[in-house]
Design a protein around this ligand. Structure first.
Ligand SMILES: [Zn+2]
Ligand SMILES: [Zn+2]
Length: 80
C-alpha cells in the first residue's frame, strides 16, 4: 500500500508510517494508492483527501470562514 500525503509535495507513506489503514472519517480502508491528509484544524487523520474536505466543510465551517476572512485580503504572492 502506498499513501500519498497531500502536502506541499506528495509524500509516499506506507500504512506502517501512518499507523492506520483506515480513514478516520469514513472508516474505510485506503485503496492501494490513495491520497490522504489530516485536518488543518483538529489534526485528526489520516483521512481520504475527499473525506478531509468534507470533514472540514461540515465540522469546521466557522473556523474555515474565519480563516478565509483572515487571508482573503492577502496578496497571492509576496511581491504583489
Ligand atoms: Zn474516508
Ligand atoms: Zn477537523
Amino acid at each position: 500500500m502506498i499513501i500519498l500525503w497531500r502536502d506541499s509535495w506528495l509524500k509516499p507513506l506506507s500504512d506502517f508510517d501512518i499507523g492506520s489503514e483506515n480513514c478516520k472519517y469514513c472508516k474505510e480502508e485506503f485503496a492501494e494508492l490513495d491520497f490522504v491528509m489530516s485536518c488543518d484544524f483538529c489534526e485528526i487523520g489520516p483521512m481520504h483527501d475527499r473525506c478531509a474536505n468534507r470533514h472540514i466543510l461540515t465540522d469546521h465551517a466557522n473556523e474555515l470562514g474565519a480563516k478565509i476572512k483572515a487571508h482573503k485580503d492577502k496578496p497571492l504572492h509576496g511581491y504583489q
